[in-house]
Design a protein around this ligand. Structure first.
Ligand code: SAT
Ligand code: MN
Length: 582
């Protein structure tokens, strides 16, 4: 029996959007095949070399629809204050009046797909159902990779009314008629005018972060922009770590890290590369699941050197968006192995050569690949209970100020470090790239309510929780006047993870500094690295003047939240100032 609540919502939306037909997706192989055939026929997809890249396809988006549009993304709550200063706010009434009409007849001549999907492992107490109605077959094909889609989700839903509704229409793809609205009271999402991943795959940022963060606040858990990895030591013991970095700052690479040969016996297992849902277990620890089933990763820079596991994951059954294509039908992007091809077709479909001024692949071009194809996917990937987390790592992309790694003094200090995180902007969102902005817990674009209250929620959850994770901050991107990146990064980041693990186990040495605990001079294993002692010193340096300036700027940021900023955050700020001035 079909879910009554769902069928009547589908009927209601069909009445407004007027599609030629409505198709309920079951997630089957045959269904996917026929969607792909249809997209190859209408030009939505380009076939890649099926011998070398079985079942892989290329999509070229509209050239103005290539990244998330944060300025067109709204939190719709009765009061502006509940969205807070980091979100755009629109009242639900205004959204209905101003955005609603964009859906009128928007699916005429198109098919409306009903896409039921499950976020989280089948049978997990943390898993949640969403349904996306969309007129984009490309969205359906991507949702099939990124979520557990189709019958499995309808089965999980049963006749419950507890699901997140998402309505998506490509509209006319004009940025002038584009909006992504989150009706937080109703757990309802509207997205119109964009086919881009973060705007259109509604299970991802819209549900699993913006709506879910609101649900998590109400229900006492956390929905976070974090990778989840298992770090295996030479004895075979695995410890789980979550890490929050802003979009396009290396979450996928860290989640799939391959330790260099010198780090014998160490390896990383991938549980997730973008989103973590965390709940408190009966043992008082934080347990994490990855609500997603696939990776929507940044292509440029991905190579066998930087992330061989990602390359293996996307070797078949993958969708590429806005990458270039070589004459033999292989996907290509800047930073991929080997020399650039002598000629290629760029992401817009134009001829390209290495002398062309523009990059061949868009800087935010992406691959969509099933997690099950990842060689280092964790054996716990589908575990309903998830994995217990021992450390939380915050990180930004900062040329200056932040050292390679430091540990928070305690949970409250850790929340302060996360809350005041800053990072240089990337191509994952439209707008200027390389500008330092505060991006608390990497959630600035994704927190579905007032971030002052969000910090309060974090503080509350961790109160009197001795078994909660230890908190750290890392910065792989520190530079000097002569060196772009002082730290080698990628596989060598395992050295930093090892220190973090050592701290968790009470084994690694650290020294107190005003900003937190840093490794002592020989606590970090840097054997075999081509790293001068000056570079190492620079990586670990804390410049008092820089940090006084930094803490002034942090205070400015905290102030923006007025009464919503918990007093504890101001106490932490005061204590940091006092330590810096001592
Ligand atoms: O484009 S997405 O929003 O899905 C990825 C990201 O920006 O983090
Ligand atoms: Mn992300």
């Amino acid at each position: 029996m079909a879910n009554q609540n769902l069928t009547s919502w589908v009927a209601e939306v069909a009445k407004q959007t007027m599609p030629d037909r409505v198709v309920w997706c079951d997630g089957s192989e045959e269904e996917n095949r026929s969607l792909i055939e249809q997209m190859l026929a209408d030009g939505t997809l380009v076939q890649l070399n099926q011998g070398r890249h079985p079942n892989c396809f290329l999509h070229r988006s509209h050239p103005t629809d290539v990244a998330r549009t944060e300025h067109l993304t709204y939190i719709c709550t009765d009061k502006a204050e509940d969205a807070g200063p980091t979100n755009n706010w629109m009242s639900p009434a205004d959204a209905r009046k101003n955005i609603g009409p964009l859906f009128n007849g928007s699916m005429k001549g198109r098919t409306m797909y009903v896409v039921p999907y499950l976020m989280g492992p089948v049978g997990s107490p943390s898993a949640k159902v969403g349904v996306e109605l969309t007129d984009s077959a490309y969205v359906v094909a991507n949702m099939r990779i990124m979520t557990r889609m189709g019958t499995v989700a309808l089965d999980a839903l049963g006749d419950s009314t507890d699901y997140c509704r998402g309505l998506h229409s490509l509209g006319d793809l004009s940025p002038d008629r584009r909006a992504i609205c989150h009706f937080q009271a109703e757990k309802l999402i509207w997205s119109v005018g964009s086919g881009y991943g973060g705007n259109a795959l509604l299970g991802k940022k819209c549900f699993a972060l913006r709506v879910a963060s609101q649900m998590a606040r109400e229900q006492g858990w956390l929905a976070e922009h974090m990778l989840i990895l298992g770090l295996e030591d030479p004895q075979g013991k695995v410890t789980y770590i979550c890490a929050a970095f802003p979009s396009a700052c290396g979450k996928t690479n860290l989640a799939m890290l391959v330790a260099p040969a010198t780090q014998k016996g160490w390896r990383v297992w991938t549980v997730g590369d973008d989103i973590a849902w965390l709940r408190i277990g009966e043992d008082g620890r934080l347990w994490a699941i990855n609500p997603e089933a696939g990776f929507f990763g940044v292509a440029p820079g991905t190579s066998s050197k930087t992330n061989s596991n990602a390359l293996a994951s996307l070797s078949k059954n993958a969708i590429f968006t806005n990458v270039a294509m070589t004459p033999d039908g292989s996907p290509w992007w800047e930073g991929l192995d080997g020399d650039p091809p002598a000629q290629a077709t760029d992401w817009k479909g134009n001829p390209w050569t290495p002398t062309s001024k523009e990059p061949a692949a868009h800087p935010n071009s992406r691959f969509t690949a099933p997690a099950s194809q990842c060689p280092c996917v964790s054996p716990k990937f589908n575990a309903p209970e998830g994995v217990p987390i021992s450390a939380i790592v915050f990180g930004g992309r900062r040329a200056r100020v932040a050292p390679l790694v430091y540990q928070a003094r305690d949970w409250e200090h850790g929340v302060y470090i996360g809350a005041t995180m800053a990072s240089e902007t990337t191509a994952a969102a439209t707008g200027a790239v390389g500008v330092v902005r505060r991006d608390p817990m990497a959630m600035r674009p994704f927190c579905g309510y007032n971030m002052g209250d969000y910090f309060g929620h974090w503080l509350e959850l961790g109160k009197n929780r001795p078994n909660f994770p230890k908190i750290f901050h890392v910065n792989w991107f520190r530079s000097s006047p002569t060196t772009k990146f002082l730290w080698p990064g990628f596989g060598d980041n395992v050295r930093v993870l090892r220190w973090i693990l050592g701290r968790v186990n009470g084994e690694a040495a650290g020294r107190e500094t005003p900003i937190g605990v840093l490794p002592t001079d020989d606590a970090l294993d840097i054997s075999g690295l081509d790293l001068s002692s000056e570079a190492m010193q620079e990586l670990m340096s804390i410049d008092r003047r820089d940090w006084l300036e930094e803490s002034d700027d942090q205070a400015k940021f905290l102030k923006e939240f007025g009464d919503h900023m918990p007093r504890v955050m101001w106490e932490q700020h005061g204590a940091l100032r006092a330590r810096l001035e001592a």
